[in-house]
Design a protein around this ligand. Structure first.
Ligand SMILES: Cc1cc2nc3c(=O)[nH]c(=O)nc-3n(C[C@H](O)[C@H](O)[C@H](O)COP(=O)(O)OP(=O)(O)OC[C@H]3O[C@@H](n4cnc5c(N)ncnc54)[C@H](O)[C@@H]3O)c2cc1C
Length: 493
């Protein structure tokens, strides 16, 4: 990807077919869908790709066992199909992850076992493997750190596990291969209108301050929890559609859950599920569901959310993780579509497409797993509304990478400088990595894996990046300071 070429394309393209606002899962998926149908496509992300919710998920590509419990069969079926497609199309980032549901009560085995057999069946020929009933001995062989006291046995089932921010980069690169211009650090600040109808956007290059007016036959708002604020830019009387809900994760060392299997705790005190999932040689514990009023791209974990996760995982593991064991804490905001329920956990994870009076198309809700279907739906909608000529959707079979392509070492700090230099060069040259935080948080994932270790790396990364980006000492110091401030949020205390 080449930022300068993308910027030039703004000046030489009199009118785009589709302009997408937001470079998370939804926006990038839509850019790929639209570009691969032959549409002139441009995407603007105000910060880095996946800077928002899309880098802070639980990293599951899943049908959602919890939604099955809630009886949302349609959503589970759709997500299971998408899970299978993602595993086929992005084997470099998605893998088949075995999960164990430990049973401590006699009724749990038949109850969850039957549910998971239904889950298997719903996946059809895109299933990842049959669920199995395990004895106590078999559970402890797979997950030796589970508390053995009172353990009756368990169920093993399969779901997908992935790297969310890396997936965002793969989508951006693929969209660019199909001719889309995808620009990070380009906030949309206003809309162009002709006779009260949306005719494009006003954007600013956040790195140079230069302003552009970009005409487009249709504009898609894919800004997640920021959907309402964009809609208010279009119509100041717009009433909120999104109810944000915060979920946090704690990252601990692998020794808390050695082996391949993840753990799914099927019922927390607030009636949700909780996961402990191996990820890049660490364990991600999460998540929570807390209704919030403040929307930020760096939401902060609350002390009670951290306690909640530590307490619940402590009940199931023979060594209880404490705050001192936490390597990193990260929080994300779910862009849930408002419904009747006051509890955000009960709000639907389905997606919604909405068109304003001026023709702004907004897509919200959904989940990472279903980004492709969301993209297909919103592109179909946009094509029909703007009467665009386009090829049929083909993203079900577009490959996003090969199994042999990516390996992210858990600790960048252990890399020799020559390898780190190469990695940074690739991130800058091919992945539009513009800041130290882009590299440490979303290209290498170090901030989420070990916040303190990533702080130690900031100086070296800034110095190496400065060479690639031709920046001076002031830039290096500014980047280190910005990273210090942002990374404080990821420290457990
Ligand atoms: C705690 C948690 C755990 C989750 N776990 C999972 C999981 O395991 N599996 C799963 O499938 N799903 C999961 N999800 C859901 C999934 O992460 C989200 O549904 C998905 O990431 C939303 O993507 P998005 O593109 O809609 O929003 P975002 O990722 O928030 O993207 C919106 C983007 O718009 C940009 N933007 C805002 N304003 C502007 C502007 N003016 N100009 C340009 N750009 C702008 C923002 O910077 C942002 O990058 C989880 C969500 C949370 C919160």
């Amino acid at each position: 990807m080449n930022r300068q070429q993308f910027i030039q394309s703004l000046s030489v393209t009199p009118e785009w077919d589709i302009c997408i606002i937001g470079g998370g899962a939804t926006g990038l998926g839509t850019a790929l869908d639209a570009a691969s149908r032959g549409l002139k496509t441009v995407l603007f992300e105000r910060s880095d790709f996946a800077k928002g919710t899309s880098s802070k998920s639980t990293k599951l590509v899943h049908g959602g066992v919890r939604y099955l419990q809630q009886g949302n069969i349609k959503l589970v079926k759709e997500a299971l199909r998408e899970r299978g497609l993602l595993l086929q199309n992005a084997p470099h980032l998605v893998r088949n992850q075995p999960f164990i549901v430990p049973n401590y009560k006699w009724w749990e085995k038949p109850f969850y076992g039957i549910g998971l057999k239904i889950y298997d069946k719903m996946a059809g020929n895109l299933g990842l493997g049959p669920s199995l009933f395990l004895s106590k001995k078999e559970v402890l062989e797979q997950a030796p750190t589970l508390d053995a006291k009172g353990l009756k046995g368990g169920i093993l089932y399969h779901d997908g596990q992935f790297d969310d921010a890396r997936m965002a980069i793969s989508l951006a690169q693929k969209a660019a291969e199909y001719g889309a211009s995808v620009l990070n650090y380009f906030p949309v600040t206003g809309f162009l209108k002709t006779k009260k109808k949306i005719a494009g956007v006003i954007v600013q290059d956040a790195l140079t301050g230069k302003i552009f007016e970009v005409k487009s036959r249709c504009v898609i708002n894919a800004t997640g929890v920021f959907t309402d604020s964009l809609q208010r830019l279009d119509d100041k009387d717009h009433r909120d559609m999104i109810k944000p809900s915060q979920g946090i994760h704690l990252v601990v060392d692998k020794e808390f859950l050695p082996g391949e299997a993840a753990i799914m705790i099927p019922r927390t005190d607030d009636g949700r599920v909780l996961f402990a999932v191996p990820w890049h040689d660490k364990i991600v514990l999460g998540t929570t569901d807390t209704a919030v009023d403040t929307i930020s791209d760096e939401p902060k974990a609350r002390a009670e959310e951290i306690d909640f996760i530590l307490q619940h995982t402590g009940r199931y593991l023979n060594r209880h993780p404490s705050i001192n064991d936490v390597r990193s804490v990260f929080a994300g905001l779910r862009p849930l579509v408002k419904g009747k329920s006051k509890k955000t956990a009960a709000l639907s994870r389905d997606h919604l497409i909405h068109e304003s009076d001026s023709g702004l198309i907004s897509i919200s809700g959904g989940k990472w797993t279903t980004y492709r279907k969301m993209a297909e739906d919103v592109t179909d909608f946009a094509i029909a509304q703007a009467k665009l000529e386009a090829l049929p959707c083909s993203t079900k079979t577009i490959s996003l990478g090969k199994a042999s392509q990516i390996m992210i070492p858990a600790a960048v700090k252990d890399l020799p400088e020559s390898l780190l230099r190469l990695w940074i060069q690739k991130a800058v040259d091919e992945e539009l990595c513009m800041t130290v935080e882009d590299f440490l948080s979303r290209r290498s994932r170090q901030l989420l894996l070990d916040a303190k270790a990533s702080q130690v790396m900031a100086n070296q990364v800034a110095t190496l990046m400065a060479v690639n980006l031709q920046k001076d000492e002031d830039w290096i110091n500014e980047q280190i300071n910005i990273f210090k401030t942002v990374s404080q949020n990821y420290l457990p205390n």
